[in-house]
Design a protein around this ligand. Structure first.
Ligand code: CP
Length: 307
Protein backbone atom coordinates (compact mmCIF):
# COMPACT_ATOMS: atom_id res chain seq x y z
CA UNK A 1 0.00 0.00 0.00
CA UNK A 2 2.33 2.77 -1.21
CA UNK A 3 -0.34 5.46 -1.55
CA UNK A 4 -3.78 5.74 0.09
CA UNK A 5 -6.01 7.47 -2.43
CA UNK A 6 -9.36 5.68 -2.16
CA UNK A 7 -10.99 2.73 -0.40
CA UNK A 8 -12.62 1.68 -3.68
CA UNK A 9 -11.02 -1.54 -4.84
CA UNK A 10 -9.34 -2.30 -1.50
CA UNK A 11 -10.36 -5.69 -0.09
CA UNK A 12 -11.91 -6.37 3.28
CA UNK A 13 -8.56 -7.68 4.57
CA UNK A 14 -6.93 -4.28 3.91
CA UNK A 15 -9.71 -2.32 5.59
CA UNK A 16 -9.52 -4.62 8.62
CA UNK A 17 -5.72 -4.36 8.69
CA UNK A 18 -5.95 -0.56 8.78
CA UNK A 19 -8.45 -0.71 11.67
CA UNK A 20 -6.40 -3.35 13.54
CA UNK A 21 -3.26 -1.22 13.13
CA UNK A 22 -5.19 1.83 14.39
CA UNK A 23 -6.32 -0.23 17.39
CA UNK A 24 -2.67 -1.00 18.18
CA UNK A 25 -1.89 2.75 18.10
CA UNK A 26 -4.79 3.79 20.35
CA UNK A 27 -2.74 4.24 23.52
CA UNK A 28 -0.30 6.49 21.64
CA UNK A 29 -3.10 8.33 19.85
CA UNK A 30 -4.79 9.24 23.14
CA UNK A 31 -1.38 9.95 24.74
CA UNK A 32 -1.52 7.24 27.42
CA UNK A 33 1.87 6.38 25.94
CA UNK A 34 4.07 9.15 24.50
CA UNK A 35 5.38 9.16 20.93
CA UNK A 36 6.65 6.07 19.11
CA UNK A 37 9.73 6.40 16.85
CA UNK A 38 8.27 4.59 13.79
CA UNK A 39 8.59 7.58 11.42
CA UNK A 40 11.64 9.25 12.98
CA UNK A 41 13.64 10.93 10.20
CA UNK A 42 10.63 11.07 7.84
CA UNK A 43 9.10 14.34 6.65
CA UNK A 44 5.36 14.70 6.06
CA UNK A 45 3.88 17.68 4.19
CA UNK A 46 0.26 18.69 4.77
CA UNK A 47 -0.76 20.32 1.50
CA UNK A 48 -4.32 21.59 1.88
CA UNK A 49 -5.80 23.61 -0.98
CA UNK A 50 -9.20 23.60 0.77
CA UNK A 51 -10.13 24.51 4.34
CA UNK A 52 -9.99 21.89 7.07
CA UNK A 53 -10.13 21.72 10.85
CA UNK A 54 -10.37 18.00 11.72
CA UNK A 55 -8.44 16.31 8.91
CA UNK A 56 -5.42 18.62 8.77
CA UNK A 57 -5.03 18.75 12.53
CA UNK A 58 -5.39 15.02 13.15
CA UNK A 59 -2.92 14.26 10.32
CA UNK A 60 -0.45 16.61 12.04
CA UNK A 61 -1.01 15.00 15.45
CA UNK A 62 -0.78 11.52 13.92
CA UNK A 63 2.54 12.31 12.21
CA UNK A 64 3.97 13.86 15.39
CA UNK A 65 2.95 10.86 17.51
CA UNK A 66 4.88 8.69 15.05
CA UNK A 67 7.89 11.08 15.49
CA UNK A 68 7.84 12.42 11.91
CA UNK A 69 8.70 16.03 11.06
CA UNK A 70 5.60 17.84 9.78
CA UNK A 71 5.33 20.83 7.46
CA UNK A 72 1.98 22.59 7.08
CA UNK A 73 1.94 24.52 3.82
CA UNK A 74 -0.28 27.57 3.94
CA UNK A 75 -1.40 27.59 0.31
CA UNK A 76 -2.82 31.11 0.54
CA UNK A 77 0.66 32.55 1.25
CA UNK A 78 2.67 30.02 -0.81
CA UNK A 79 4.00 30.56 -4.34
CA UNK A 80 0.78 28.92 -5.62
CA UNK A 81 -0.70 32.40 -5.17
CA UNK A 82 1.93 33.67 -7.67
CA UNK A 83 0.83 31.16 -10.31
CA UNK A 84 3.13 28.21 -9.57
CA UNK A 85 1.61 24.99 -10.90
CA UNK A 86 0.63 22.11 -8.62
CA UNK A 87 3.34 19.92 -10.11
CA UNK A 88 6.05 22.56 -9.70
CA UNK A 89 5.00 23.04 -6.07
CA UNK A 90 5.28 19.27 -5.53
CA UNK A 91 8.69 19.07 -7.25
CA UNK A 92 10.07 21.92 -5.15
CA UNK A 93 8.86 20.35 -1.90
CA UNK A 94 10.25 16.98 -3.03
CA UNK A 95 13.64 18.65 -3.52
CA UNK A 96 13.60 19.36 0.23
CA UNK A 97 13.55 15.63 0.99
CA UNK A 98 9.87 15.00 1.64
CA UNK A 99 8.62 11.42 2.23
CA UNK A 100 4.85 11.94 2.23
CA UNK A 101 2.27 14.38 0.89
CA UNK A 102 -1.14 14.60 2.54
CA UNK A 103 -3.29 16.36 -0.05
CA UNK A 104 -6.69 18.03 0.05
CA UNK A 105 -7.87 19.64 -3.16
CA UNK A 106 -11.15 20.88 -4.66
CA UNK A 107 -10.51 18.94 -7.91
CA UNK A 108 -11.49 15.27 -8.01
CA UNK A 109 -8.40 13.25 -8.94
CA UNK A 110 -5.81 15.76 -7.63
CA UNK A 111 -4.20 13.28 -5.21
CA UNK A 112 -4.09 10.59 -7.92
CA UNK A 113 -2.40 13.09 -10.26
CA UNK A 114 0.26 13.90 -7.66
CA UNK A 115 0.77 10.21 -6.89
CA UNK A 116 1.55 9.56 -10.57
CA UNK A 117 4.33 12.16 -10.54
CA UNK A 118 6.16 11.79 -7.22
CA UNK A 119 9.49 10.01 -6.75
CA UNK A 120 9.32 6.26 -6.02
CA UNK A 121 10.06 6.64 -2.29
CA UNK A 122 7.29 9.25 -1.74
CA UNK A 123 3.78 8.33 -0.56
CA UNK A 124 0.60 10.32 -1.18
CA UNK A 125 -2.48 10.25 1.04
CA UNK A 126 -5.77 11.66 -0.19
CA UNK A 127 -7.26 13.95 2.47
CA UNK A 128 -10.31 14.70 0.28
CA UNK A 129 -10.50 15.41 -3.47
CA UNK A 130 -13.52 17.26 -4.86
CA UNK A 131 -16.63 15.09 -4.74
CA UNK A 132 -14.60 11.95 -5.27
CA UNK A 133 -13.14 10.40 -2.11
CA UNK A 134 -12.16 10.99 1.51
CA UNK A 135 -10.75 7.59 2.40
CA UNK A 136 -9.29 8.29 5.85
CA UNK A 137 -12.62 9.83 6.93
CA UNK A 138 -14.40 6.64 5.82
CA UNK A 139 -11.89 4.52 7.72
CA UNK A 140 -12.25 6.46 10.96
CA UNK A 141 -16.02 6.18 10.56
CA UNK A 142 -15.75 2.38 10.08
CA UNK A 143 -13.44 2.21 13.10
CA UNK A 144 -16.01 4.09 15.20
CA UNK A 145 -18.84 1.81 14.04
CA UNK A 146 -16.74 -1.32 14.72
CA UNK A 147 -16.01 -0.11 18.26
CA UNK A 148 -19.72 0.03 19.06
CA UNK A 149 -21.29 -2.63 16.87
CA UNK A 150 -18.55 -5.18 16.05
CA UNK A 151 -20.41 -7.17 13.33
CA UNK A 152 -21.04 -5.20 10.11
CA UNK A 153 -23.18 -8.00 8.63
CA UNK A 154 -26.01 -7.17 11.07
CA UNK A 155 -26.04 -3.45 10.34
CA UNK A 156 -28.43 -1.19 8.47
CA UNK A 157 -26.71 2.13 7.88
CA UNK A 158 -28.60 5.23 6.66
CA UNK A 159 -26.53 8.01 5.07
CA UNK A 160 -28.67 11.16 4.97
CA UNK A 161 -28.37 14.49 3.17
CA UNK A 162 -26.25 15.88 0.36
CA UNK A 163 -24.97 12.63 -1.17
CA UNK A 164 -24.41 14.25 -4.59
CA UNK A 165 -21.55 16.51 -3.50
CA UNK A 166 -20.15 14.27 -0.77
CA UNK A 167 -16.76 12.58 -1.15
CA UNK A 168 -17.32 11.23 2.37
CA UNK A 169 -20.53 9.41 1.36
CA UNK A 170 -18.83 7.76 -1.65
CA UNK A 171 -15.97 6.45 0.47
CA UNK A 172 -18.32 5.32 3.26
CA UNK A 173 -20.55 3.42 0.81
CA UNK A 174 -17.55 1.55 -0.64
CA UNK A 175 -16.17 0.76 2.82
CA UNK A 176 -19.52 -0.39 4.25
CA UNK A 177 -20.21 -2.67 1.29
CA UNK A 178 -16.69 -4.11 1.41
CA UNK A 179 -17.06 -4.80 5.14
CA UNK A 180 -20.35 -6.61 4.46
CA UNK A 181 -22.98 -4.25 5.93
CA UNK A 182 -26.46 -5.79 5.64
CA UNK A 183 -27.96 -2.68 4.06
CA UNK A 184 -26.63 0.74 3.08
CA UNK A 185 -29.39 3.29 2.52
CA UNK A 186 -29.02 6.76 1.10
CA UNK A 187 -31.73 9.22 2.12
CA UNK A 188 -31.96 12.46 0.14
CA UNK A 189 -34.08 14.51 -2.24
CA UNK A 190 -33.64 13.52 -5.89
CA UNK A 191 -31.70 16.74 -6.54
CA UNK A 192 -29.00 15.73 -4.03
CA UNK A 193 -28.38 12.21 -5.33
CA UNK A 194 -25.93 11.21 -8.09
CA UNK A 195 -27.34 9.69 -11.27
CA UNK A 196 -27.68 5.88 -10.98
CA UNK A 197 -26.63 5.95 -7.31
CA UNK A 198 -28.08 2.41 -6.91
CA UNK A 199 -25.08 1.12 -8.84
CA UNK A 200 -22.94 1.91 -5.80
CA UNK A 201 -24.84 -0.83 -3.93
CA UNK A 202 -27.32 1.23 -1.92
CA UNK A 203 -31.08 1.37 -1.33
CA UNK A 204 -32.52 4.80 -2.12
CA UNK A 205 -35.09 6.59 0.07
CA UNK A 206 -36.53 10.04 -0.55
CA UNK A 207 -38.38 10.15 2.77
CA UNK A 208 -36.44 10.60 6.01
CA UNK A 209 -38.91 8.78 8.26
CA UNK A 210 -38.83 5.70 6.03
CA UNK A 211 -35.05 5.96 5.69
CA UNK A 212 -34.52 5.95 9.45
CA UNK A 213 -36.76 2.93 10.11
CA UNK A 214 -34.80 0.37 12.17
CA UNK A 215 -31.43 1.89 11.29
CA UNK A 216 -28.46 0.82 13.46
CA UNK A 217 -26.34 3.77 12.35
CA UNK A 218 -27.39 7.16 10.95
CA UNK A 219 -24.74 9.26 9.24
CA UNK A 220 -25.79 12.86 8.62
CA UNK A 221 -24.11 15.01 5.94
CA UNK A 222 -24.02 18.76 5.59
CA UNK A 223 -25.15 20.67 2.50
CA UNK A 224 -21.87 21.25 0.65
CA UNK A 225 -22.62 24.71 -0.65
CA UNK A 226 -19.05 25.21 -1.84
CA UNK A 227 -19.69 22.55 -4.50
CA UNK A 228 -23.18 23.75 -5.56
CA UNK A 229 -24.20 26.24 -8.16
CA UNK A 230 -26.51 28.87 -6.64
CA UNK A 231 -29.56 27.63 -8.53
CA UNK A 232 -29.28 24.19 -6.92
CA UNK A 233 -28.97 25.51 -3.38
CA UNK A 234 -31.99 24.36 -1.37
CA UNK A 235 -33.44 26.62 1.34
CA UNK A 236 -31.95 25.63 4.70
CA UNK A 237 -35.30 25.95 6.47
CA UNK A 238 -37.02 23.70 3.92
CA UNK A 239 -34.15 21.22 4.01
CA UNK A 240 -34.34 20.95 7.81
CA UNK A 241 -38.11 20.49 7.67
CA UNK A 242 -37.79 17.54 5.26
CA UNK A 243 -34.36 16.03 5.99
CA UNK A 244 -33.16 17.45 9.31
CA UNK A 245 -32.58 14.92 12.09
CA UNK A 246 -34.59 15.74 15.23
CA UNK A 247 -35.07 13.70 18.43
CA UNK A 248 -38.63 12.87 17.38
CA UNK A 249 -37.47 11.51 14.03
CA UNK A 250 -34.61 9.55 15.56
CA UNK A 251 -37.21 7.43 17.41
CA UNK A 252 -37.81 5.66 14.08
CA UNK A 253 -34.33 4.18 14.28
CA UNK A 254 -33.28 1.37 16.64
CA UNK A 255 -33.01 2.40 20.31
CA UNK A 256 -29.22 1.85 20.27
CA UNK A 257 -28.72 3.62 16.94
CA UNK A 258 -25.45 5.57 16.59
CA UNK A 259 -25.65 9.15 15.31
CA UNK A 260 -22.63 10.12 13.22
CA UNK A 261 -21.48 13.12 11.20
CA UNK A 262 -18.07 13.74 9.58
CA UNK A 263 -18.21 17.44 10.48
CA UNK A 264 -18.36 20.33 10.22
CA UNK A 265 -21.97 20.19 11.45
CA UNK A 266 -24.52 22.86 10.63
CA UNK A 267 -26.89 22.90 13.59
CA UNK A 268 -30.50 23.45 12.59
CA UNK A 269 -29.78 22.65 8.92
CA UNK A 270 -29.10 18.88 8.73
CA UNK A 271 -29.12 18.08 12.45
CA UNK A 272 -30.81 19.56 15.55
CA UNK A 273 -28.56 20.46 18.46
CA UNK A 274 -30.55 18.13 20.73
CA UNK A 275 -29.42 15.21 18.51
CA UNK A 276 -25.87 16.39 17.80
CA UNK A 277 -25.23 16.56 21.56
CA UNK A 278 -27.30 13.53 22.69
CA UNK A 279 -25.93 10.36 24.31
CA UNK A 280 -26.24 8.42 21.04
CA UNK A 281 -24.07 10.91 19.16
CA UNK A 282 -20.50 9.71 18.53
CA UNK A 283 -19.55 12.75 16.45
CA UNK A 284 -16.65 13.85 18.67
CA UNK A 285 -15.53 10.25 19.15
CA UNK A 286 -15.18 10.07 15.33
CA UNK A 287 -12.85 13.08 15.44
CA UNK A 288 -10.67 11.47 18.12
CA UNK A 289 -10.39 8.21 16.15
CA UNK A 290 -8.99 10.23 13.25
CA UNK A 291 -5.60 10.28 14.99
CA UNK A 292 -5.21 6.49 15.33
CA UNK A 293 -6.55 5.80 11.83
CA UNK A 294 -4.23 8.39 10.27
CA UNK A 295 -1.28 7.01 12.24
CA UNK A 296 -2.14 3.58 10.82
CA UNK A 297 -2.41 4.79 7.22
CA UNK A 298 0.88 6.73 7.47
CA UNK A 299 2.76 3.84 9.07
CA UNK A 300 1.41 1.30 6.55
CA UNK A 301 2.10 3.42 3.45
CA UNK A 302 5.64 4.28 4.56
CA UNK A 303 6.32 0.62 5.41
CA UNK A 304 6.93 1.29 9.11
CA UNK A 305 4.55 -1.54 10.05
CA UNK A 306 3.81 -4.75 8.17
CA UNK A 307 1.12 -4.42 5.49
N1 CP B 1 -14.55 15.75 8.11
C1 CP B 1 -13.68 16.65 7.60
O1 CP B 1 -13.07 16.40 6.55
O2 CP B 1 -13.55 17.80 8.32
P1 CP B 1 -12.55 18.99 7.95
O3 CP B 1 -13.04 19.63 6.69
O4 CP B 1 -12.56 19.92 9.13
O5 CP B 1 -11.19 18.38 7.73
Amino acid sequence: LRHFLTVEGLGRDWLERIMDTAESFESVAVQKVKKVPLLRGKTVVNLFFETSTRTRTTFELAAKRLSADVLNINVAVSATAKGESLLDTIRNLEAMGVDMFVVRHAESGAAHFIARHVAPHVSVINAGDGRHAHPTQAMLDMFTIRRHKRDFSRLTVAIVGDILHSRVARSQIHALNTLGAREVRVVAPRTLLPVAVERLGVRVCHDLDAGLEDADVVIMLRLQKERMQGALLPSEREFFRCFGLTAARLRRARPDCLVMHPGPINRGVEIASEVADCSRSVILEQVGHGIAIRMAVMALTLGAVQG
